[in-house]
Design a binder for this molecule. Structure first.
Ligand code: NDP
Length: 322
Protein backbone atom coordinates (compact mmCIF):
# COMPACT_ATOMS: atom_id res chain seq x y z
CA UNK A 1 0.00 0.00 0.00
CA UNK A 2 1.04 3.64 -0.44
CA UNK A 3 1.90 5.81 2.53
CA UNK A 4 3.52 9.14 3.31
CA UNK A 5 6.58 8.37 5.36
CA UNK A 6 9.12 10.46 7.23
CA UNK A 7 12.48 8.74 7.69
CA UNK A 8 14.40 11.85 8.78
CA UNK A 9 12.87 14.95 10.35
CA UNK A 10 13.00 18.33 8.62
CA UNK A 11 11.15 20.54 6.15
CA UNK A 12 8.39 19.48 3.73
CA UNK A 13 11.06 17.88 1.50
CA UNK A 14 11.47 14.96 3.96
CA UNK A 15 7.94 13.82 3.10
CA UNK A 16 8.12 10.71 0.88
CA UNK A 17 5.48 8.63 -0.86
CA UNK A 18 6.54 5.01 -0.32
CA UNK A 19 5.24 1.46 -0.66
CA UNK A 20 4.81 -0.27 2.68
CA UNK A 21 3.55 -3.78 3.51
CA UNK A 22 -0.20 -4.32 3.82
CA UNK A 23 -1.40 -3.99 7.42
CA UNK A 24 -2.69 -6.77 9.64
CA UNK A 25 -4.63 -5.69 12.73
CA UNK A 26 -3.47 -6.51 16.28
CA UNK A 27 -6.18 -8.14 18.44
CA UNK A 28 -7.54 -4.74 19.60
CA UNK A 29 -7.23 -2.97 16.23
CA UNK A 30 -9.27 -2.43 13.11
CA UNK A 31 -7.69 -1.71 9.74
CA UNK A 32 -9.38 1.28 8.13
CA UNK A 33 -9.23 1.84 4.40
CA UNK A 34 -8.65 5.60 4.41
CA UNK A 35 -10.93 7.66 2.17
CA UNK A 36 -9.80 11.05 3.50
CA UNK A 37 -7.00 12.04 5.88
CA UNK A 38 -6.93 15.38 7.68
CA UNK A 39 -3.85 17.60 7.47
CA UNK A 40 -3.20 19.41 10.73
CA UNK A 41 -0.51 21.68 12.13
CA UNK A 42 0.48 18.90 14.54
CA UNK A 43 1.67 16.95 11.47
CA UNK A 44 4.18 19.74 10.86
CA UNK A 45 5.46 19.43 14.46
CA UNK A 46 5.94 15.66 13.96
CA UNK A 47 7.64 16.15 10.60
CA UNK A 48 10.00 18.75 12.09
CA UNK A 49 10.75 16.60 15.14
CA UNK A 50 9.24 19.16 17.54
CA UNK A 51 7.08 16.23 18.70
CA UNK A 52 9.44 13.24 18.59
CA UNK A 53 8.35 9.88 17.12
CA UNK A 54 10.51 6.80 16.38
CA UNK A 55 11.74 6.92 12.75
CA UNK A 56 10.58 6.04 10.19
CA UNK A 57 6.90 6.82 10.76
CA UNK A 58 3.82 7.43 8.67
CA UNK A 59 2.43 10.93 9.13
CA UNK A 60 -1.15 11.92 9.95
CA UNK A 61 -3.36 11.90 13.01
CA UNK A 62 -6.85 12.01 11.54
CA UNK A 63 -8.77 9.89 9.08
CA UNK A 64 -12.12 8.68 7.84
CA UNK A 65 -12.83 5.53 5.87
CA UNK A 66 -14.20 2.02 5.83
CA UNK A 67 -13.25 -0.81 8.19
CA UNK A 68 -11.65 -3.59 6.12
CA UNK A 69 -10.48 -6.10 8.76
CA UNK A 70 -10.71 -6.38 12.54
CA UNK A 71 -8.59 -8.00 15.25
CA UNK A 72 -9.82 -10.96 17.30
CA UNK A 73 -10.87 -8.86 20.33
CA UNK A 74 -12.77 -6.15 18.44
CA UNK A 75 -16.54 -6.02 18.88
CA UNK A 76 -17.52 -2.34 18.48
CA UNK A 77 -16.95 -2.16 14.70
CA UNK A 78 -17.18 -4.62 11.80
CA UNK A 79 -15.90 -4.72 8.21
CA UNK A 80 -17.84 -2.28 6.05
CA UNK A 81 -18.50 0.26 8.85
CA UNK A 82 -17.90 3.92 7.99
CA UNK A 83 -15.66 5.28 10.73
CA UNK A 84 -13.52 8.27 11.68
CA UNK A 85 -10.80 8.84 14.26
CA UNK A 86 -8.04 11.09 15.48
CA UNK A 87 -4.97 10.83 17.70
CA UNK A 88 -3.34 7.75 16.14
CA UNK A 89 -0.29 8.25 13.89
CA UNK A 90 -0.42 6.89 10.33
CA UNK A 91 -3.46 8.28 8.52
CA UNK A 92 -1.56 9.64 5.46
CA UNK A 93 -1.89 6.23 3.79
CA UNK A 94 -4.17 3.90 1.88
CA UNK A 95 -4.95 2.10 5.15
CA UNK A 96 -4.25 2.53 8.85
CA UNK A 97 -4.39 0.15 11.82
CA UNK A 98 -6.27 1.90 14.62
CA UNK A 99 -7.18 0.75 18.16
CA UNK A 100 -10.89 0.04 17.71
CA UNK A 101 -11.85 1.96 20.84
CA UNK A 102 -10.67 5.16 19.11
CA UNK A 103 -13.10 4.75 16.19
CA UNK A 104 -16.48 6.45 15.97
CA UNK A 105 -19.22 5.77 13.46
CA UNK A 106 -19.85 8.45 10.81
CA UNK A 107 -23.47 9.65 10.68
CA UNK A 108 -25.21 8.55 7.48
CA UNK A 109 -25.61 12.05 6.09
CA UNK A 110 -21.92 12.99 6.34
CA UNK A 111 -19.35 12.06 3.74
CA UNK A 112 -15.76 10.97 4.40
CA UNK A 113 -14.31 14.42 3.71
CA UNK A 114 -16.63 16.02 6.25
CA UNK A 115 -15.89 13.35 8.85
CA UNK A 116 -12.13 13.65 8.37
CA UNK A 117 -12.41 17.43 8.64
CA UNK A 118 -14.39 17.28 11.87
CA UNK A 119 -12.50 14.99 14.18
CA UNK A 120 -9.29 16.76 15.20
CA UNK A 121 -10.05 20.44 14.66
CA UNK A 122 -13.76 20.08 15.49
CA UNK A 123 -13.21 18.31 18.79
CA UNK A 124 -10.41 20.77 19.60
CA UNK A 125 -12.68 23.76 19.08
CA UNK A 126 -15.29 21.93 21.17
CA UNK A 127 -13.12 21.16 24.20
CA UNK A 128 -11.53 24.64 24.15
CA UNK A 129 -14.91 26.42 24.19
CA UNK A 130 -16.94 23.92 26.26
CA UNK A 131 -14.41 22.43 28.72
CA UNK A 132 -11.08 24.29 29.04
CA UNK A 133 -12.75 27.68 29.33
CA UNK A 134 -16.51 27.07 29.08
CA UNK A 135 -17.78 30.23 27.42
CA UNK A 136 -20.78 31.97 29.00
CA UNK A 137 -23.17 34.29 27.18
CA UNK A 138 -22.00 37.90 27.16
CA UNK A 139 -18.29 37.14 27.54
CA UNK A 140 -15.76 38.60 25.13
CA UNK A 141 -13.24 36.22 23.57
CA UNK A 142 -10.18 36.79 21.40
CA UNK A 143 -9.42 34.03 18.87
CA UNK A 144 -6.10 34.14 17.03
CA UNK A 145 -5.84 32.80 13.46
CA UNK A 146 -9.63 32.97 13.32
CA UNK A 147 -9.68 31.88 9.66
CA UNK A 148 -7.58 28.77 10.33
CA UNK A 149 -8.79 25.20 10.63
CA UNK A 150 -9.44 25.28 14.39
CA UNK A 151 -10.05 29.04 14.33
CA UNK A 152 -13.04 29.05 12.03
CA UNK A 153 -14.76 26.27 14.01
CA UNK A 154 -13.98 27.95 17.32
CA UNK A 155 -15.45 31.23 16.10
CA UNK A 156 -18.71 29.47 15.27
CA UNK A 157 -18.88 27.62 18.59
CA UNK A 158 -18.06 30.76 20.60
CA UNK A 159 -20.86 32.63 18.81
CA UNK A 160 -23.32 29.78 19.50
CA UNK A 161 -22.36 29.99 23.18
CA UNK A 162 -23.25 33.69 23.19
CA UNK A 163 -19.83 35.37 23.15
CA UNK A 164 -18.73 38.53 21.49
CA UNK A 165 -15.91 37.30 19.25
CA UNK A 166 -12.84 39.29 18.30
CA UNK A 167 -10.70 37.43 15.78
CA UNK A 168 -7.24 38.00 14.36
CA UNK A 169 -6.19 37.05 10.84
CA UNK A 170 -3.11 37.45 8.69
CA UNK A 171 -4.77 39.12 5.70
CA UNK A 172 -7.90 41.00 4.66
CA UNK A 173 -9.12 37.98 2.72
CA UNK A 174 -8.81 35.74 5.76
CA UNK A 175 -10.45 38.41 7.92
CA UNK A 176 -13.46 38.31 5.62
CA UNK A 177 -13.73 34.53 5.93
CA UNK A 178 -13.56 34.75 9.73
CA UNK A 179 -16.22 37.46 9.71
CA UNK A 180 -18.42 35.27 7.48
CA UNK A 181 -17.96 32.48 10.06
CA UNK A 182 -19.48 34.83 12.66
CA UNK A 183 -16.69 36.88 14.25
CA UNK A 184 -17.92 40.30 15.37
CA UNK A 185 -14.61 42.14 15.04
CA UNK A 186 -11.49 41.36 13.06
CA UNK A 187 -7.95 42.57 13.59
CA UNK A 188 -5.41 42.05 10.82
CA UNK A 189 -2.55 41.38 13.19
CA UNK A 190 0.12 41.45 10.51
CA UNK A 191 -0.48 45.17 9.95
CA UNK A 192 -2.42 46.24 13.06
CA UNK A 193 -1.25 46.08 16.68
CA UNK A 194 -3.64 43.53 18.18
CA UNK A 195 -2.93 44.69 21.74
CA UNK A 196 -3.96 48.24 20.96
CA UNK A 197 -6.94 47.17 18.85
CA UNK A 198 -8.27 44.67 21.38
CA UNK A 199 -8.10 47.26 24.15
CA UNK A 200 -9.81 49.82 21.92
CA UNK A 201 -12.58 47.37 21.04
CA UNK A 202 -13.17 46.54 24.71
CA UNK A 203 -12.95 50.11 26.09
CA UNK A 204 -9.69 49.12 27.81
CA UNK A 205 -11.42 46.37 29.80
CA UNK A 206 -9.73 43.50 27.94
CA UNK A 207 -11.19 40.10 27.08
CA UNK A 208 -12.30 37.21 29.31
CA UNK A 209 -10.26 34.64 27.40
CA UNK A 210 -7.66 34.47 24.65
CA UNK A 211 -7.55 31.28 22.57
CA UNK A 212 -4.07 31.22 21.06
CA UNK A 213 -2.75 28.57 18.66
CA UNK A 214 -0.16 30.95 17.18
CA UNK A 215 2.12 31.05 20.23
CA UNK A 216 5.54 32.65 19.96
CA UNK A 217 4.55 35.88 18.20
CA UNK A 218 1.35 36.56 20.16
CA UNK A 219 1.89 35.23 23.69
CA UNK A 220 3.42 38.33 25.30
CA UNK A 221 0.67 40.64 24.12
CA UNK A 222 -2.01 38.11 25.06
CA UNK A 223 -1.12 38.78 28.70
CA UNK A 224 -1.82 42.48 28.15
CA UNK A 225 -5.25 42.15 26.53
CA UNK A 226 -6.86 39.99 29.23
CA UNK A 227 -9.13 41.45 31.86
CA UNK A 228 -8.13 40.74 35.49
CA UNK A 229 -8.43 37.00 36.28
CA UNK A 230 -8.76 36.30 32.57
CA UNK A 231 -7.72 33.02 30.93
CA UNK A 232 -5.00 32.51 28.39
CA UNK A 233 -5.64 29.22 26.63
CA UNK A 234 -2.45 28.52 24.68
CA UNK A 235 -3.22 25.53 22.51
CA UNK A 236 -0.47 25.62 19.89
CA UNK A 237 2.54 27.32 18.39
CA UNK A 238 2.05 27.81 14.65
CA UNK A 239 4.61 30.65 14.77
CA UNK A 240 6.95 28.74 17.10
CA UNK A 241 7.03 27.53 20.68
CA UNK A 242 6.57 30.02 23.52
CA UNK A 243 9.82 30.29 25.52
CA UNK A 244 9.84 29.84 29.31
CA UNK A 245 8.45 32.89 31.11
CA UNK A 246 8.31 34.47 34.55
CA UNK A 247 5.15 33.43 36.41
CA UNK A 248 5.11 36.84 38.14
CA UNK A 249 3.92 38.24 34.79
CA UNK A 250 0.58 36.59 35.56
CA UNK A 251 0.31 38.53 38.80
CA UNK A 252 1.41 41.81 37.27
CA UNK A 253 -1.15 41.59 34.48
CA UNK A 254 -4.10 40.86 36.75
CA UNK A 255 -3.91 37.45 38.48
CA UNK A 256 -4.24 35.68 35.14
CA UNK A 257 -4.60 31.97 34.41
CA UNK A 258 -2.62 30.17 31.73
CA UNK A 259 -3.23 26.66 30.49
CA UNK A 260 -1.59 24.64 27.70
CA UNK A 261 -4.20 21.99 26.85
CA UNK A 262 -4.04 19.14 24.38
CA UNK A 263 -6.87 17.17 22.73
CA UNK A 264 -5.84 13.66 23.90
CA UNK A 265 -6.52 14.68 27.52
CA UNK A 266 -10.03 15.78 26.57
CA UNK A 267 -10.98 12.55 24.77
CA UNK A 268 -9.02 10.17 26.96
CA UNK A 269 -11.94 7.97 27.96
CA UNK A 270 -14.23 6.19 25.53
CA UNK A 271 -17.18 8.01 27.14
CA UNK A 272 -15.68 11.46 26.55
CA UNK A 273 -14.60 10.60 22.99
CA UNK A 274 -18.12 9.42 22.19
CA UNK A 275 -19.84 12.39 23.76
CA UNK A 276 -17.53 14.99 22.19
CA UNK A 277 -17.44 13.45 18.72
CA UNK A 278 -21.24 12.99 18.77
CA UNK A 279 -21.72 16.65 19.72
CA UNK A 280 -19.42 17.85 16.92
CA UNK A 281 -20.75 15.52 14.22
CA UNK A 282 -24.32 16.37 15.15
CA UNK A 283 -23.57 20.10 14.90
CA UNK A 284 -22.43 19.45 11.33
CA UNK A 285 -25.44 17.28 10.51
CA UNK A 286 -27.81 19.96 11.83
CA UNK A 287 -26.02 22.75 9.97
CA UNK A 288 -25.02 24.56 13.20
CA UNK A 289 -21.35 24.04 12.36
CA UNK A 290 -20.14 24.74 8.85
CA UNK A 291 -16.93 23.14 7.59
CA UNK A 292 -14.79 24.95 5.08
CA UNK A 293 -12.63 22.57 3.08
CA UNK A 294 -9.78 24.69 1.80
CA UNK A 295 -8.48 21.98 -0.53
CA UNK A 296 -8.42 18.20 -0.96
CA UNK A 297 -5.01 17.10 -2.30
CA UNK A 298 -4.09 13.69 -3.70
CA UNK A 299 -1.96 11.74 -1.20
CA UNK A 300 1.05 12.20 -3.50
CA UNK A 301 0.84 15.99 -2.94
CA UNK A 302 1.37 15.89 0.83
CA UNK A 303 4.49 18.08 0.47
CA UNK A 304 2.46 20.79 -1.22
CA UNK A 305 -0.24 20.56 1.46
CA UNK A 306 2.38 21.10 4.18
CA UNK A 307 3.95 24.00 2.29
CA UNK A 308 0.56 25.67 1.92
CA UNK A 309 -0.34 25.18 5.59
CA UNK A 310 2.98 26.46 6.92
CA UNK A 311 3.06 29.26 4.37
CA UNK A 312 -0.16 30.71 5.87
CA UNK A 313 -1.86 30.21 2.50
CA UNK A 314 -4.87 28.28 3.79
CA UNK A 315 -8.21 28.98 5.45
CA UNK A 316 -10.09 26.02 6.88
CA UNK A 317 -9.39 22.35 6.36
CA UNK A 318 -6.80 20.57 4.23
CA UNK A 319 -7.39 16.94 3.29
CA UNK A 320 -5.34 14.23 1.60
CA UNK A 321 -7.21 11.74 -0.55
CA UNK A 322 -5.47 8.37 -1.03
P1 NDP B 1 -4.38 26.60 10.90
O1 NDP B 1 -5.25 26.26 9.76
O2 NDP B 1 -4.91 27.50 11.97
O3 NDP B 1 -3.04 27.18 10.33
C1 NDP B 1 -2.20 27.92 11.15
C2 NDP B 1 -2.48 29.41 11.05
O4 NDP B 1 -1.70 30.06 12.04
C3 NDP B 1 -2.07 30.03 9.74
O5 NDP B 1 -3.03 29.91 8.71
C4 NDP B 1 -1.85 31.47 10.14
O6 NDP B 1 -3.07 32.21 10.05
C5 NDP B 1 -1.45 31.37 11.62
N1 NDP B 1 -0.05 31.74 11.80
C6 NDP B 1 0.40 32.82 12.47
N2 NDP B 1 1.73 32.90 12.42
C7 NDP B 1 2.15 31.85 11.68
C8 NDP B 1 3.44 31.41 11.26
N3 NDP B 1 4.55 32.06 11.59
N4 NDP B 1 3.50 30.30 10.50
C9 NDP B 1 2.40 29.63 10.16
N5 NDP B 1 1.16 30.00 10.54
C10 NDP B 1 1.03 31.10 11.30
O7 NDP B 1 -3.86 25.24 11.59
P2 NDP B 1 -4.63 24.23 12.54
O8 NDP B 1 -6.05 24.61 12.65
O9 NDP B 1 -4.27 22.86 12.13
O10 NDP B 1 -3.93 24.48 13.94
C11 NDP B 1 -3.98 25.74 14.58
C12 NDP B 1 -3.21 25.66 15.88
O11 NDP B 1 -3.92 24.82 16.78
C13 NDP B 1 -1.82 25.05 15.73
O12 NDP B 1 -0.95 25.71 16.62
C14 NDP B 1 -2.02 23.64 16.22
O13 NDP B 1 -0.87 23.06 16.72
C15 NDP B 1 -3.04 23.86 17.31
N6 NDP B 1 -3.80 22.70 17.69
C16 NDP B 1 -3.75 22.31 18.99
C17 NDP B 1 -4.49 21.28 19.45
C18 NDP B 1 -4.49 20.98 20.90
O14 NDP B 1 -5.28 20.15 21.36
N7 NDP B 1 -3.66 21.64 21.67
C19 NDP B 1 -5.30 20.46 18.53
C20 NDP B 1 -5.36 21.00 17.19
C21 NDP B 1 -4.60 22.06 16.77
P3 NDP B 1 -2.98 33.81 9.77
O15 NDP B 1 -2.29 33.94 8.45
O16 NDP B 1 -4.39 34.24 9.76
O17 NDP B 1 -2.18 34.37 10.87
Amino acid sequence: MKAIQVSKVGGPEVIELVDVPTLKPKPNEAVVQIKAAGVNFIDVYYREGRYPAPLPFILGQEGAGVVSTIGSEVSNVKPGDRVAYTGVLGSYADSAAVPADRLVQIPETLDFNQAAAAMLQGMTAHYLSHSTFPIKPGQTVLIHAAAGGVGMLLVQMAKKLGARVIGTAGSGEKAKLARDAGADELIIYTTQDFEKETLRLTDDKGVDVVYDGVGKTTFEKDLKVLSPRGYLVLFGGASGAVPPFDLMLLTKNGSLFVTRPSLPHYIATRAELEQRSRDVLQMIVSGDLKLRIHKAYPLSQAQEAHRDLEGRNTSGKLLLIP
